[in-house]
Ligand binder design. Sequence first.
Ligand code: NAG
Ligand code: NAG
Ligand code: NAG
Ligand code: NAG
Ligand code: NAG
Ligand code: NAG
Ligand code: NAG
Ligand code: NAG
Ligand code: NAG
Ligand code: NAG
Ligand code: NAG
Ligand code: NAG
Length: 832
Amino acid sequence: MASKRLPIVLALFGLVYCQTDYSQYVNPFIGSEGPFPGQAFGGGDIFVGGAVPFGVVKVGIDTYEANRSISTLNGGYTPNGNVTAISMMHESGTGGFPKYGIVSQMPLTTVAAPVNILDNTTYWQSRVGNDTARVGYFKTSLANGVDVELSGARHAGMIQYSFPSGEKHVLVDVSHYLPDENGGYSVQNYQGGEIQVAENGNAYTGYGTYGGGWNEGAPFTIYFCGEFETAPDQAQAFHGRNTDPVARYHSYSNEPIPQATVGGNNRTAGPLNDRVGALFSWNSSGASVVRSRVGISFISVDKACSFKDSEISLWNLNDTVSAAVTEWNSDVFSKIQVDTGDSANQTNLILLYSSLYFMHLMPSDRTGENPLWESAEPYWDDFYTLWDTFRNTVCLYLLIQPEAYEGQIRALIDIWRYEGYMPDGRSGNYNGLVQGGSNADNVLADAYVKGLRGAINWNDGYAAMVKDAEVLPYNTYSFDDPTGSVKEGRGALYDWLPLGYVSLDRSGRCISRTVEYALNDFALSQVAKGEAPGDVQKYLTRSAGWQLSWKHDVQSVNTTPVFTGFLTPKYSNGSFDDAGYNPALCGECEWSAISYEATPFEYSFVIPHDAQTLIEFMGGSSGFESRLDYIFQPNTSQQNLGANGAGINTLMNIGNEPDFATPYLYNYINKQWKSVNQSRALANQFFHNANYGVPGNSDAGALNSWLIWQMLGIYPIVTQPVYLIESPWFSDINVTVNYNHTLRITATGGDNASLGQQGYYVQSVKINDQQWDKNWFEHDDIMVSGGTIEFVLGSKATVWETGDVPPSPGHVVLGGNTTYLNTTTTTNSTAR
Ligand SMILES: *[C@@H]1O[C@H](CO)[C@@H](O)[C@H](O)[C@H]1NC(C)=O
Ligand SMILES: *[C@@H]1O[C@H](CO)[C@@H](O)[C@H](O)[C@H]1NC(C)=O
Ligand SMILES: *[C@@H]1O[C@H](CO)[C@@H](O)[C@H](O)[C@H]1NC(C)=O
Ligand SMILES: *[C@@H]1O[C@H](CO)[C@@H](O)[C@H](O)[C@H]1NC(C)=O
Ligand SMILES: *[C@@H]1O[C@H](CO)[C@@H](O)[C@H](O)[C@H]1NC(C)=O
Ligand SMILES: *[C@@H]1O[C@H](CO)[C@@H](O)[C@H](O)[C@H]1NC(C)=O
Ligand SMILES: *[C@@H]1O[C@H](CO)[C@@H](O)[C@H](O)[C@H]1NC(C)=O
Ligand SMILES: *[C@@H]1O[C@H](CO)[C@@H](O)[C@H](O)[C@H]1NC(C)=O
Ligand SMILES: *[C@@H]1O[C@H](CO)[C@@H](O)[C@H](O)[C@H]1NC(C)=O
Ligand SMILES: *[C@@H]1O[C@H](CO)[C@@H](O)[C@H](O)[C@H]1NC(C)=O
Ligand SMILES: *[C@@H]1O[C@H](CO)[C@@H](O)[C@H](O)[C@H]1NC(C)=O
Ligand SMILES: *[C@@H]1O[C@H](CO)[C@@H](O)[C@H](O)[C@H]1NC(C)=O
């Protein structure tokens, strides 16, 4: 990372103007490490390498970490692991089992025994010195003396090897992918492939087919087209028996890894999915540079080749790097402009622009690259997952990436059109996994209530939501949770429709899915207002289902004070399971637990559509406030979060998404200063310009976007056109909203120019020159045509807001006679 501030000059249509190079503030390593120094485990699981915003290609190294019990290879990159390959496709921020790490190369300085090109343990390389990464650029030095530099374009990548004197080889292993060192039911697998080497050996083409990964994906095929700047002196294809353990098909796994059969130009895996690849060798004895560019496509070799040629037309790595930097600056970083002058707080600049970077690595814009159906709609993949990003990431896309975001929504609807359901997670062209509700519903509703129309077919959009809400998807009998589908839709509709809640005896994750299904149905009610007014009441009523799982006399355990009234596991016969119940515990907090990745204590705060009822249930404002105060106190967590806990010992856990909005709930009792105080404390404690700089998996940028909203001083309430007012970290922020309008956020009166730690309490607010007495505003106020928010900050904690509290548009009073039972459950055993 450079520390100088250099303006770069861009020439555009004859227009020359100066634009700040915000890319210099990006630290691409934030999240690369967890609590154990040098280990990725418990960290952000981020990708580190060359990529453009929402790019298909994310080119970077793949590694192996010796300590298998804490090995975490999800992003490909690990701080110290041995390099097994450089590959073209990665995820960023995901947990669970790895996905991708495919279309690879590996530079070798010998292929003599004991090297076996079918056995990565015989050739993998540790690294020397420190890796270097900037936007669009990555460099590492391997122990064998080869320096690897790389950069990425949209569907192609460039790799530059600086070989020392001696032998020079590049291995292309079509069967390479990111494994899970511990095996298991969701590891990826290689299903076969083909490679053809050009006559003079300087190019190769082919495809590989891969399945599995955390989303339990069906096999997909990726075509590749690679080229070397200098023709090798020898190029040979190879094949060898597949000894890879394929989950549940271990037919070959106990055999020793054989040697490859080398020779010829063409290799096809054949019916026994042999491993195939090619070895390229240069005879020159002196040190020399070997450059390679590789295009990929989901459609054909021809498209892969044309991406390679059009996106990386020159053999100069710097050109690809600077093209990436230009794209990041113009399409992403310049959308949020703050003062970068000498008085600016450098740490905060790095946190802001790095966060913007990480929230634009996924999803992947695969428009024109959909192998499954022909459609004029945009196509996006790697929604991995909406469970993470629906809470505030998509709300930021809506503001600063309206075109891309409209495309994402059209893609979600098109997936429903051709596959029967919108995804909650999707990767490798396959829906899965669903961790809670059908959260594409929330994504669509958020865009709808904020007026996003464009070319979105909202009639179909609403139909896709209704499918989620009404049609039980077939059971996938996943090892994760055999009680219902984890592929798509709402796997526990058989409970939700007749009972109004998800039951303990018939379903996994009864508490967390009750909470999420409620918000999903609220989402339907909001879109129904425009698309199907007759449905509004039905879905509003259903959105109150969480109230049915609320047991008013259940008390907290081992807390001072004792709190009364919690979401409580409930049987399908209507009785609660509260004997010995401690809402601060969730067992493993996984698929078969009562709640997922957070305790019922935490989920009992996650009702964004009806804070009014929630506050009543918690004993009114004062009860609500003291319960909120409690969860931020040290050592209140009773749940062992393991290494993923990021040292968090409060019930409040900012490392997992369910609690994202919780620190801001004080706004609902007009004590905004407490929201500011608690949220800023979390940001300062857990987000750093450091390798261990995010509290756990960054989850496709979800943690990063949380921090951006915090720094802007506002927070969106998803599925409502409402933003809470908090406190900005910069004295002047220009946000480009709705394509070409400017929202300007200014702050005066902080203790110093960079608004240091003492001066962040709001004293007063003006919006569009009007004195503002509410601690919230609506989307139309400033996000459509732009506008201004002027903060006066100071060190005094002040209740400045005298107006109405933020709305509860999903407020429902469930009367004693409310018709809830509806035992008609439509089941569809096949995808549409
Ligand atoms: C090394 O290769 C073997 C055989 O294909 C594979 O099972 C294993 O997962 C690979 N390990 C890494 C770290 O890539
Ligand atoms: C790298 O590989 C070597 C040799 O196999 C091994 O001893 C070492 O532990 C590995 N390093 C890491 C970080 O996995
Ligand atoms: C692997 O990591 C775990 C967790 O830090 C540690 O307890 C264990 O000793 C490590 N194993 C080895 C062989 O280093
Ligand atoms: C690598 O980075 C570490 C931590 O920033 C630093 O202490 C060390 O000096 C660096 N090593 C080299 C060879 O630059
Ligand atoms: C390789 O396969 C291609 C396409 O099937 C064919 O045109 C070519 O002749 C083959 N080359 C060799 C050396 O077999
Ligand atoms: C590429 O850029 C780097 C850093 O700006 C510079 O040192 C190097 O000389 C450039 N190389 C070429 C071939 O332009
Ligand atoms: C924001 O925009 C205003 C109006 O164009 C300009 O005066 C101000 O300098 C900008 N602030 C920043 C930080 O770019
Ligand atoms: C910059 O902001 C950080 C918070 O991100 C703060 O800890 C630090 O003290 C600030 N530095 C200065 C010089 O104000
Ligand atoms: C602003 O963006 C919209 C949407 O792309 C476009 O229709 C309009 O022409 C733009 N206006 C200006 C002044 O650039
Ligand atoms: C509920 O009771 C009220 C008052 O008795 C009555 O007006 C209403 O129709 C009832 N609603 C239903 C759905 O039965
Ligand atoms: C019950 O659900 C079915 C299917 O969604 C619907 O057609 C019917 O109107 C519902 N009945 C009531 C009373 O809500
Ligand atoms: C169930 O799937 C079939 C196609 O397999 C489709 O025709 C039908 O409309 C679906 N039913 C519902 C309720 O979506």
